[in-house]
Design a protein around this ligand. Structure first.
Ligand SMILES: Cc1cc2nc3c(=O)[nH]c(=O)nc-3n(C[C@H](O)[C@H](O)[C@H](O)COP(=O)(O)OP(=O)(O)OC[C@H]3O[C@@H](n4cnc5c(N)ncnc54)[C@H](O)[C@@H]3O)c2cc1C
Length: 545
């Protein structure tokens, strides 16, 4: 595979984007918009042609599908009874936006203001808001904080879930304020969630950005093309080597190379290229091009525990999944009318709260889902055989920091992922408070009649020590990893605030890996915002050159 034969010349482009995920599709589409820039988009996975990719409810079927999913595993986590954290990631056009839960969430205004305070000029809330708006096609119409006419459809739940209303009412009974829009910078409260769908189909970045751009003669999309090395010549990124059908190819860039492989793929590609920690490169016999110790450091993720409840009424998605008749009816309803339960991701409501009243902003997210599952791991998702619902308590600002490092010089081998979850008392306390709040909500007059039984963690869990034990046993990554090619103004940062890799000309990283800290919310919308802003900066720099 890596024999001595010269690689096939794949041509010369103005921009090469490696990785067609949430960020990569958006960046490639924006860079090719003028019809002049020649753009090559490389994707290790295939086309997003599978039926279940586009049906919102289908995402449970994508969770452990090796055809379109990298299905990574972390190393054993010391504080989690040695468990490995399963890490699904999209390996398909659209990347993880083609397999994710479709919740549209931007985070808190203060998250971005903190990025600026840490030296990332131009990344405060007021500066990033125009890019959130530019990306957006908000169903509720335009406002100061929302945009319409952008590529990314953002809609309310297409189907009305009775239980979702009861969750919101019960959260208000428990003392949370009402919040109808979690995306205007302020988050506290309970309310409905919005989704990246058009009420019928998933709106991945492949659908939103790439599909309208595909006919452009100046955009070449190559699937099944795994980038294996960024070639650096005299301090400038000059090309990308990639494997396609087991054969080496090389594409040349006379403009810039944009690495968009995601939080695992991007640091891995840089490390394979000799653009990471020098000691790591030497360990694997990779020539050191530039010692950048921060590549693969600063991995950060939300951490969560689910509370699962048996429901007293058959009004949940479990009941559709477990009944052949209702499943058939739902299928027909979708195929014929594009309506019904299949249009829903099932995560219909939620809330944001503070684990401690002394905190100035929420550090807990509650996600309310109208399903519950017996199993959700690398073997797939299996719903409970009875009515059920779930409240996930997510800790949004965990102290844990981890790493993503090569395990092998083989570009097709998975990297070593270490989260180091639950290393501080705050991480445990915050999650315990979140779980207690979730339980309190289920005991309010509006929701209590729907609770037949608390399955996880179980009502016998009462003391702090019992909660801690259940967190260590059941807690998992919330699948929002960021930070492994962190931007910053400090020496340890991988990229500067214009996302240029420090010390290498013509090379940027554009994806979730550049986030200096994880925003308080799901990470797809922030990643798309990053891509929009990056494209803007790249074109601006090209005009100024
Ligand atoms: C199961 C799940 C549910 C989620 N739910 C939500 C949600 O509801 N809402 C939300 O906001 N966020 C959610 N997220 C998180 C969110 O989707 C991600 O944070 C976001 O998609 C990351 O975008 P990215 O561009 O950084 O990476 P990705 O979208 O993962 O893109 C990376 C792309 O690069 C490709 N690639 C990698 N290495 C190479 C290489 N060497 N050569 C070529 N191509 C390569 C990959 O195949 C992939 O297509 C979820 C994540 C998961 C896993």
């Amino acid at each position: 595979m890596n024999g001595a034969a010269a690689p096939i010349d794949a041509g010369t482009f103005d921009y090469i984007v490696a990785g067609a995920g949430s960020a990569g599709c958006a960046v490639a589409a924006r860079l090719s918009e003028d019809g002049r820039n020649r753009v090559l988009l490389l994707e290790a996975g295939g086309r997003d042609s599978g039926f279940w990719i586009h049906v919102p409810i289908g995402y449970s079927r994508l969770f452990a599908n090796p055809r379109i999913n990298w299905m990574f595993e972390s190393e054993p986590e010391a504080e989690l009874e040695g468990r490995r954290m399963y890490q699904p990631r999209g390996k398909v056009l659209g990347g993880t936006s083609s397999i994710n839960g479709m919740v549209y969430m931007r985070g808190n205004r203060a998250d971005y203001d903190l990025w600026r305070q840490r030296g990332c000029t131009g990344w405060d809330w007021d500066s990033v808001l125009p890019f959130f708006r530019k990306a957006e096609d908000q169903e509720r119409g335009p406002s100061e904080t929302h945009g319409t006419g952008g590529p990314l459809r953002v809609t309310d739940q297409a189907i009305h879930w009775e239980l979702g209303d009861h969750f919101i009412a019960a959260a208000l009974e428990a003392g949370l304020p009402a919040n109808n829009d979690f995306n205007d910078g302020e988050q506290e409260g309970a309310g409905p969630f919005q989704n990246t769908t058009d009420r019928r189909h998933r709106w991945s970045t492949a659908t939103a950005y790439l599909r309208p751009a595909r006919r452009r003669a100046n955009l070449m999309v190559r699937t099944n093309s795994h980038a294996t090395r960024v070639i650096v010549e005299e301090g400038r990124a000059a090309g990308v080597e990639f494997l396609c059908d087991g054969t080496r190819h090389v594409a040349h860039a006379n403009g810039e190379i944009i690495v968009s492989g995601g939080v695992y793929g991007s640091p891995q590609l840089l490390q394979l290229s000799g653009l990471g920690p020098a000691a790591l490169a030497r360990e694997f016999g990779i020539p050191v091009v530039r010692d950048i110790p921060g590549v693969g450091a600063d991995l950060q993720d939300h951490f969560y525990v689910r509370l699962a409840f048996r429901c007293t009424k058959p009004i949940t998605l479990n009941d559709v999944a477990n009944s052949p008749v209702r499943k058939l009816a739902a299928g027909l309803q979708y195929v014929l009318f594009k309506k019904g339960p299949l249009t829903s991701n099932g995560i219909c409501a939620g809330g944001f709260a503070r684990s401690d009243p002394r905190l100035e902003r929420p550090d807990i997210q509650l996600n309310f889902s109208v399903w519950s599952f017996a199993e959700r791991n690398n073997r797939g998702v299996v719903p409970h055989p009875f009515p059920g619902f779930t409240i996930s308590a997510v800790h949004l600002r965990p102290d844990a920091r981890g790493t993503v490092m090569l395990k092998s010089p083989d570009p097709l081998a998975a990297p070593a992922i270490r989260f180091n979850f639950l290393r501080t008392q705050y991480d445990l306390q915050a999650l315990t408070a979140g779980m207690r709040l979730a339980r309190t909500i289920t005991r309010q007059p509006t929701l209590a009649p729907y609770v037949a039984e608390e399955l996880i963690p179980g009502r016998e869990v009462e003391s702090d020590a019992q909660f801690e034990a259940s967190i260590r046993k059941n807690g998992v990554s919330n699948l929002h990893p960021v930070g492994t090619c962190r931007m910053g103004a400090d020496e340890a940062a991988v990229c500067d605030p214009r996302l240029r890799v420090n010390g290498v000309r013509g090379l940027r990283v554009v994806d979730a890996s550049i986030m200096p800290s994880v925003p308080a919310g799901n990470t797809n919308a922030p990643t798309i915002m990053i891509a929009e802003k990056a494209a803007d900066m790249i074109l601006e720099d090209a005009r100024a050159a």
